[in-house]
Every structure is written in structure tokens, then in C-alpha cells.
Design a protein around this ligand. Sequence first.
Ligand SMILES: Cc1cc2nc3c(=O)[nH]c(=O)nc-3n(C[C@H](O)[C@H](O)[C@H](O)COP(=O)(O)O)c2cc1C
Length: 222
Amino acid sequence: MKVLGISGSPIYNSNTDRALKASLEATGLETEFVKLVEYKITPCRACIGCVDTNRCVNTQDDGIMLAEKAKAADALIIACYTPYSSIDALTKAFIERLYPLRHKHGFMAGKPGGAIVTCAVPAASKTLPPAGEMGVNAVMFYMMEEGMNFVGSVRILGNVPCIKCGYGNECKTSGIKMIYGNEATVQSVGVNTFEGQPDALESSRKLGEKIADALKTAKGSL
Ligand SMILES: Cc1cc2nc3c(=O)[nH]c(=O)nc-3n(C[C@H](O)[C@H](O)[C@H](O)COP(=O)(O)O)c2cc1C
């Protein structure tokens, strides 16, 4: 049994990465952690050249190899972040390039899956778009459309890049002010870490355990 974890976060050892690693570890199974930024992956071209072979015809990047990893895995956890309140482009391209696995066989159908999403806008915000929900939905809807068994999601409160850009207190487009109000500063907001969020830690572990349980249940019913 192998669980594949995909991280679309381009930052090394990011909140997203650490949450994904916690989930993978909690499965107690063989796992593989893939950092998409280390590969070349472009979006699906919608040429449907994959229909008869279940293999993409674009051999110019790592899309085929990454899709083969997903096909070979027994479960999939996709972790992403939310630039402009949407799923990040690397993760989106990865998901699109799983399309060849769909035709006639539905190679991903029945596999347990989960989503991990880091966003800077708190879920309780009434004025800004629901970035976390958008991210979870993007992954969940992919899994639903492929007939996967979506077992759950994790949301982590991350950091707006303005926290570390050096101009977060005075920039007129500061995301710190946008999210936390005009009085907020780099110092008052501070840095959000995955480890500092007990709920996120707990739900990351739970996600891994749920994936493992779903795999055991599926194996038991064979
Ligand atoms: C170009 C860009 C745009 C962003 N826009 C949003 C946004 O609209 N909403 C949001 O919640 N976070 C936004 N973020 C913040 C990311 O979600 C945040 O940096 C996240 O914590 C990154 O996760 P990581 O630390 O695991 O890499 C944006 C980040 C970047 C780089």
C-alpha cells in the first residue's frame, strides 16, 4: 500500500509541506512526498490524444511521469496553497495532467484521497474571498469527478507574503492591512506556523489515519 503526497507549495519546508508530511506519516504506510516545483509540469492541452492509450502525448515535461506515480499509488493526498483565492498553478496543472487516467478505465476511481490547503485569509473573514474553501473544493471536486473516495481535508492558516517582503507596514497594497485591518502591522500579526495550530496538527494526523482506514476497509472487502 502506497500513499502519494503532492505538494504544490513552491516554498521549501513550508507549512503546506509540513502538514502533508504529518498526514503521510500518520498513515503508517509506505509514502512518497512529491514537491511539484522540482518538476516541469504544464497544463493539459485538451487535445484528447490520451483517449486510446491513457497516456498523455506531451513528452516535453514531467506530466506523464507524475501521472504514472498517481496511477501506481493506492491513495492520494494533494496539498496546495491559494494565490488569489484559488488553487495554485502547479497543483492545478498536476490535476489536469491526471486526465489521461480517466478514459474507459477510471484508474483513480475508488482510491482514498484528501486535501490540505494553506491560505492567508482566515476562514472567518467576512470581507475577503473564501480562499481555503476554494482550495479544498478544487481538490475535492477533482476527486469526486474521478470517483475517488474523498475522506477529508485540512486547512492551515498561512502567511501573506507581505509579512516578509520588507514593506508590509507601509506598502499601500499591503496584504497585512487588507486581511487584518489598517492598524495591523508585521509585528502585531506575527508568523503563522502549522505547528502553532493544534487543530491543523490534529486534523493532518486524522487525515492520514482516515486514508489508512479507508485502504484497510477496501482491502478487507476484496
Ligand atoms: C501571489 C500570491 C497571492 C496570494 N493570494 C492569496 C489570497 O488571495 N488568499 C489567501 O488566503 N492567501 C493568498 N496568498 C498567501 C498564500 O496562501 C500563503 O503564502 C500560504 O501560506 C503559502 O503556503 P506555504 O507557506 O505552505 O507555502 C498569496 C500568496 C502569493 C504568493
